[in-house]
Design a protein around this ligand. Structure first.
Ligand code: ADE
Length: 224
């Protein structure tokens, strides 16, 4: 899978892709992440990529021309399955959407800034609009990092069996059950007996029940 991320603050995106699972996924050749500085496509030598909103009001608007040029350059090289715009008024991200995005080959992610992009970008270029939650970030970059992290970790071969993404919270529509590790007794705080029994079918049943209980208590909305 290949991601092309368009940003006017590309520095913000360097760190997440240079660590741990995301770094290893790239080294294994399972994913490619290319970050593009929108200022390279500025309309003048001052590096301008935004302007005042028609009709007035506070805040700058990202111009259509630099975005069009950047997209055109990318699309001339390969075809893309999605152009995702990160914005607080997009559809809220969830595991279901992550799973569906993970089936795509080439994806462009456009990070919004200021008051957002000229609406014509959304009308003519963007295929999906994604928010990572009901709060406003200073830009789409952190949202793009969240989205790509969630996608990359479920790509085949990225995680080993022990940390399989299939047992994650949300993957079966339930929150994950509690987990424990050694020591079995710490300060008198003990681990549930069943987990030490070696009886795998009973342990699976216990985990399933715990997952249901936890979901009922914390996220009853998921059970509907
Ligand atoms: N840009 C600003 N806020 C955002 C959010 N909540 N999700 C995605 N992109 C954003």
């Amino acid at each position: 899978m290949r991601f092309d991320i368009i940003s006017c603050q590309p520095d913000l995106l360097e760190s997440p892709f240079n660590h741990s699972i995301l770094k290893r996924a790239q080294q294994k050749g399972l994913v490619e992440v290319h970050i593009h500085d929108l200022r390279q496509f500025a309309i003048n030598k001052h590096g301008q990529i935004d302007d005042y909103a028609f009709g007035g009001g506070a805040g700058m608007v990202m111009m259509i021309e630099p975005i069009d040029k950047c997209l055109a350059q990318l699309k001339a090289q390969r075809s893309y399955d999605a152009v995702i715009y990160m914005t607080p008024d997009g559809e809220t991200l969830n595991q279901n959407k992550v799973n569906r995005f993970s089936l795509l080959q080439n994806v462009i992610i456009l990070c919004g800034h200021y008051k957002g992009v000229d609406e014509r970008v959304r009308e003519h270029f963007v295929t999906h609009e994604i928010s990572i939650g009901d709060y406003v970030l200073s830009g789409g970059e952190l949202g793009a990092a969240v989205l790509t992290d969630a996608i990359i970790r479920i790509l085949p071969g990225v995680l080993n069996d022990e940390s399989s993404a299939l047992t994650d919270s949300f993957q079966d529509g339930l929150l994950a059950p509690p987990v424990y590790t050694r020591p079995a007794n710490y300060n008198g705080w003990t681990v549930p007996e069943i987990l030490l029994s070696g009886d795998t079918p009973k342990i699976d049943q216990w985990r399933f029940e715990q997952a249901i209980d936890r979901t009922k208590q914390r996220r009853p909305d998921l059970l509907h």
